[in-house]
Design a protein around this ligand. Structure first.
Ligand code: AP5
Length: 209
């Protein structure tokens, strides 16, 4: 199973990827997570990527394409993978094709801006496990009672100015991929504003899981 999850920031790509990996054992590859790791470790790539990420801009194609190619060459990808947040530009999609990577399905997360803005403002990352939670009232998944506020981290790019720019960047640079993959008959839409249980009912039959 080789999947691409395509959608605006905060659409729930990481959350749904967690559901699919739990059910199938395929690997989730988030270029955002790989880049944040590079920033944390102070690598050359991380130093180059940081200012773009903080501003909500895309990291230059050449840097991300190299990163992704190295990651999918690793042995844990042999049974399949979910690309979460890659490709994000037409040149990235073309680079994937040029590398001979066959994709089975592209899942397009359809969701309105107002829903993603609400979700992103409440998103927190659990420092120890890296799992995603939401601290909004009724947010999904809610942090568990043993988690203290200091155990949860807010991403720098989840601040309001960066969120607005990320949505704008998505429209300009990533949305054209919807027709790119539709023309290759790989696209399947899901209604990403639903709750996770309802999304699973819609998505699992598309993936045959
Ligand atoms: P990245 O980390 O990929 O961020 P993103 O695409 O903007 O997406 P997010 O991770 O913010 O959201 P998500 O859709 O995974 O939603 P989540 O599941 O967390 O990229 C960050 C940056 O890295 C980019 O801005 C760019 O600079 C750089 N970058 C990365 N890839 C790149 C590339 N290919 N090229 C160039 N640059 C690149 O959910 C959001 C919140 O909603 C959570 O709190 C969650 O708990 C909640 N939630 C999720 N699903 C539901 C639901 N069904 N119901 C209720 N709440 C939900």
């Amino acid at each position: 199973m080789r999947l691409i999850f395509l959608g605006p920031p905060g659409a729930g790509k990481g959350t749904v990827a967690h559901h699919v990996t739990q059910k199938t054992g395929v690997v989730q590859i988030s270029t955002g997570d790989l880049l944040r790791e590079a920033v944390k470790n102070g690598t050359e790539l991380g130093k180059k990527a940081k200012s773009y990420m903080d501003a909500g801009e895309l990291v230059p194609d050449a840097l991300v394409i190299g990163l992704l190619k190295d990651r999918i060459a690793r042995s844990d990808c042999a049974r399949g993978f979910i690309l979460d947040g890659f490709p994000r530009t037409i040149p990235q999609a073309e680079a994937l094709e040029a590398a001979g990577v066959q994709i089975d399905k592209v899942i397009n997360f359809r969701i309105k801006d107002e829903v993603v803005i609400r979700r992103l403002s409440g998103r927190r990352i659990h420092k120890k496990t890296g799992r995603i939670y939401n601290v909004n009232p009724g947010g999904y998944p809610a942090p568990t009672s043993d988690m203290k506020p200091e155990d949860l981290l807010q991403r720098d790019d989840d601040k309001p100015e960066a969120i607005a720019n990320r949505l704008e960047v998505y429209r300009r640079q990533t949305e054209p991929l919807i027709s790119f993959y539709a023309s290759r008959k790989l696209l399947a839409d899901i209604d990403a504003a639903k709750d996770m249980a309802e999304i699973a009912v819609e998505l699992d039959p598309i993936l045959g899981i």
